[in-house]
Design a protein around this ligand. Structure first.
Ligand SMILES: Cc1cc2nc3c(=O)[nH]c(=O)nc-3n(C[C@H](O)[C@H](O)[C@H](O)COP(=O)(O)OP(=O)(O)OC[C@H]3O[C@@H](n4cnc5c(N)ncnc54)[C@H](O)[C@@H]3O)c2cc1C
Length: 400
């Protein structure tokens, strides 16, 4: 009998397991994959709030030691003007973009060091129940044999297509199809000189570039999910012509480097799911999947892990009820996640700036404190509500 079984051992699951084990709980992670292994569909950027959590958990140095630098320069080129700034209110004051092979391994190693048990090659199939209450999991090993384990709580950290969510019948809300989101085309490059994290916002396009591990950069072009997509054999030409037309400065730096990986592309449907029920909860993409345009998913997963582990720990204490404790999870998760999801979904339309948006950026241009606050919305150190609050907008325009 475990205190917690965590299904999925990457950023959301490994972090939840780690935090529970550090508080003395008996935790099992099951994952169908062999870990550590890479996640190909990710551009790896962890904004300030996520990096601060890695620091708080004592893991930041280990992530840096994988050959991943702290990223402290941020620029948003809007064509007519460029905004340079830093999210305020962060302990570390940096973002970073570790390859998932590196990040997930650091989290998993820390979880194992804290006493977590790991079973790889276990595919979760269903929950075990006593009445309404989830009491464990049933799965299958790679040789086809059955696997069962029991726990006081089952944590679904099994990603966007969560089978745990399906098994418990978690309600879904705030759904958007992938066509309403963004489509991302990117690859990895060496020898491209970058000036921190670079964004180029153009009508119906967002171009981005940042450094991951070992001097390699991830560089990509994002377009609306409903727009015609480049064919697989045309991705190189499409990328180069978009870059040359929309961000010629970056295009010439890319010419001086070398692409050293295949082209990767993807678009995803986004949603929130019911966060918890009797004997279960969801963290990371299993619970909330956001459009990747704001690169929020990993930070979200780490934040969910922090919150869910705290509530589970509280609920497992003598005289406390797990159900009562987890009853607070959805409201607290959504208070942060839903505005971020809506911000990302709006941004994913990549609509040409309206007159009002253009005026806002012009007003921001001479106001460093508010530029930083705008970056704080991405860095998750300033809420979208606080930045876009009419009183703050009035302040920005008055100052301009
Ligand atoms: C194109 C793209 C780019 C992105 N770029 C960024 C970015 O730059 N920054 C950012 O923060 N986020 C980004 N994201 C989002 C980010 O990748 C996710 O938010 C993050 O991976 C969620 O982590 P997780 O731990 O919840 O789930 P996952 O990383 O999906 O891990 C789920 C784990 O569950 C396991 N699993 C699944 N089903 C089962 C089962 N039935 N039984 C056992 N195990 C199972 C899987 O093997 C896997 O190990 C991007 C997403 C996309 C699509």
């Amino acid at each position: 009998m475990y205190d917690a079984i965590v299904v999925g051992g990457r950023c959301g699951g490994a972090a939840t397991a780690l935090l529970l084990a550090r508080q003395g709980h008996k935790v099992l992670i099951v994952d169908q994959a062999t870990l550590p292994s890479d996640v190909r569909l990710s551009t790896h950027l962890i904004w300030h709030a996520g990096v601060d959590l890695l620091h708080e958990w004592g893991l930041l140095e280990a992530v840096q030691e994988t050959g991943c630098p702290l990223l402290t320069g941020f620029s948003l080129d809007l064509g007519e003007l460029a905004l340079r700034g830093q999210p305020p209110g962060s302990t570390v004051g940096a973002a970073m973009a570790p390859r998932r092979l590196a990040l997930d391994k650091v989290l998993l190693d820390a979880a194992l060091a804290a006493g977590v048990e790991l079973r790889q090659g276990v595919t979760f199939e269903d929950v075990l129940k006593d009445g309404d209450r989830v009491t464990g999991i049933r799965g299958r090993l790679q040789d086809g044999s059955a696997f069962t384990a029991h726990a006081k709580v089952v944590v679904g950290a099994d990603g966007t297509h969560s089978r745990v969510a399906r098994a418990v019948g978690a309600d879904t809300y705030n759904e958007s199809p992938k066509e309403a989101g963004s489509f991302n085309l990117y690859s990895y490059f060496t020898g491209v000189k970058l000036d921190g994290v670079e964004f180029f916002s153009r009508p119906e396009r967002m171009i981005y570039a940042w450094e991951t591990n070992d001097g390699r950069s991830v560089i990509g072009v994002i377009q609306p999910g409903g727009a015609p997509r480049p064919a697989r054999d045309n991705m190189e030409a499409h990328f180069q012509s978009e870059l040359a037309a929309l961000a010629p400065g970056l295009a010439s730096r890319v010419q001086n480097g070398r692409r050293d990986d295949e082209w990767l592309s993807g678009a995803i449907a986004t949603f929130c799911r019911q966060a918890a029920g009797p004997g279960w909860c969801l963290v990371g993409d299993a619970g909330v999947t956001m459009d990747p345009i704001t690169a929020a998913g990993i930070s979200n997963a780490l934040r969910d892990a922090d919150l869910a582990a705290a509530l589970i720990h509280e609920g497992l204490q003598a005289g406390h009820s797990l159900d009562d404790s987890l009853a607070n999870y959805q409201a607290r998760r959504d208070a942060v996640s839903v505005p971020l999801l809506q911000f990302a979904q709006e941004m994913a339309k990549l609509a040409p700036p309206t007159e009002d948006v253009f005026k806002l950026f012009m007003a921001l241009a001479s106001n460093q404190e508010q530029i930083d606050n705008y970056y704080g919305v991405f860095g998750q150190t300033v809420t979208p509500m606080a930045f876009f609050d009419p009183a703050n907008m009035a302040k920005i325009f008055a100052a301009a």
